[in-house]
Design a protein around this ligand. Structure first.
Ligand SMILES: *Cc1c(COP(=O)(O)O)cnc(C)c1O
Length: 377
């Protein structure tokens, strides 16, 4: 059996090596390392793929979130509501911009931000909601957009984990997540569903005026050379990373399908077990693109399972072990433990198994057999 990895980027690269190498070689041959034609080509290709008017490439997903927020007229002290159960980057940029992060609990069934908790957290100071499409599954954007509209709030989608996922609205319209809110942000970190070979990110919006503002912000606040109209940053996707992404974007749907297929096989083997809650997903709808495959282990020794798998050479991880509201950097007197029952439960129950585009049946069988072996001991 091939050695099991949490993410197998080498095997994925081997299959497309010629295309990637040719694409990178073009950058080397033309010395267009910054803002080369590859960056523009990728921007256009991603706009087409997502069906969004504007993609603004930038240096990483954290910058993408920060710049998205800088582009909106948010003022220090404005409250921004986001999920307690996510990667810290989401809350970090809110705090960095001197906005006030307001963390709220998530729902148990899909681990995404809870609509009721958002409602309860809205105050006259609330200016924006940041849903995170956690582990590759779309948050309920119908409800979030309606709530945003009702309270005149911006919706900023953290789409770092769900590029390519569809949201199917109640009316049946299919839209790529990240393009539904006022602005969306994604990451091309190597292990993300569309990863480059270094850091990269992008901002999405259908708003022409906002896109214009953001294009200036990523470039030192310049709209005309050496005229700095707003405080900006330097955040660029470099041409070599864009070249990698140009080679990989045509495979994104296949990659997401491979992840969904692996998830379906995991589910088939594990969902009947009484100590396991598997992630649910609609077989025909691309609403979950499985950035992570995350189980809940109930009434059993989750940490023991993790050690058992690691000892057998099966990588696994706890995403995320500590709720953000309990992190030293984000402590706030407004938070009460009883407001976070689900996150407090999830941090004790979740375990993520290997998930990537190259998992084979033998590996999946070995992983699921090992999980069951431990739980049936
Ligand atoms: C990866 C990630 C980010 C940050 O992306 P980087 O490119 O690493 O800066 C932000 N939010 C979430 C939910 C992520 O998973």
């Amino acid at each position: 059996m091939k050695k099991i990895q949490m993410v197998d980027l080498k095997s994925q690269y081997d299959k497309i090596a010629t295309t990637v190498n040719t694409s990178i070689q073009e950058v080397l041959d033309t010395n267009t390392y910054i803002n080369g034609p590859q960056v523009h080509q990728f921007q256009k290709a991603l706009e087409d793929y997502l069906g969004v008017k504007h993609v603004i490439p930038c240096a990483n997903g954290t910058d993408a979130l920060q710049i998205a927020m800088m582009g909106l007229d948010l003022k220090p002290g404005d409250e921004v509501i986001t999920a307690d159960f996510t990667f810290a980057a989401t809350v970090e940029v809110i705090a960095l911009l001197q906005l006030t992060p307001v963390l709220v609990d998530v729902d148990l069934d899909n681990m995404n931000i809870s609509l009721d908790r958002i409602k309860a957290a809205i105050t006259p100071k609330t200016k924006a909601i940041v849903p995170v499409h956690l582990f590759g599954r779309s948050a309920n954007m119908d409800a979030i957009m309606a709530l945003g509209k009702e309270h005149n709030l911006y919706v900023i989608e953290d789409n770092a984990q769900a590029i390519g996922a569809d949201f199917i609205s109640a009316s049946g319209t299919k839209t790529k997540v990240g393009t539904i809110g006022h602005v969306g942000a994604t990451s091309f970190f190597p292990s993300k569903n569309l990863g480059c070979y270094g850091d990269g990110g992008a901002i999405f919006t259908n708003d022409d005026a906002l896109a214009h503002i953001i294009r200036g912000i990523v470039n030192h606040g310049m709209y005309e050379r050496y005229h700095h109209d707003v405080v900006g940053v330097n955040s660029r996707l470099d041409s070599i990373q864009a070249a990698v992404l140009n080679a990989k974007l045509p495979f994104l749907n296949d990659y997401n399908t491979a992840r969904r297929n692996a998830a379906a096989k995991y589910n088939a083997a594990l969902s009947a077990h009484s100590n396991i809650i598997t992630p649910s997903f609609e077989a025909n709808e691309n609403n979950h693109v499985f950035h992570q495959y995350t189980l809940r282990i109930i009434d059993a020794d989750r940490n023991g399972l993790m050690q058992y798998l690691l000892d057998k050479g099966i990588p696994c991880a706890i995403y995320y072990p500590i709720p953000l509201h309990s992190q030293k950097a984000y402590l706030d007197a407004r938070y009460k433990e009883e407001d976070f029952p689900v996150t407090n439960q999830l941090v004790k129950e979740v375990i993520s198994l290997p998930m990537h585009t190259e998992l084979d049946d033998e590996q999946i069988q070995f992983i699921t057999d090992s999980v069951l072996e431990f739980l049936n001991k």
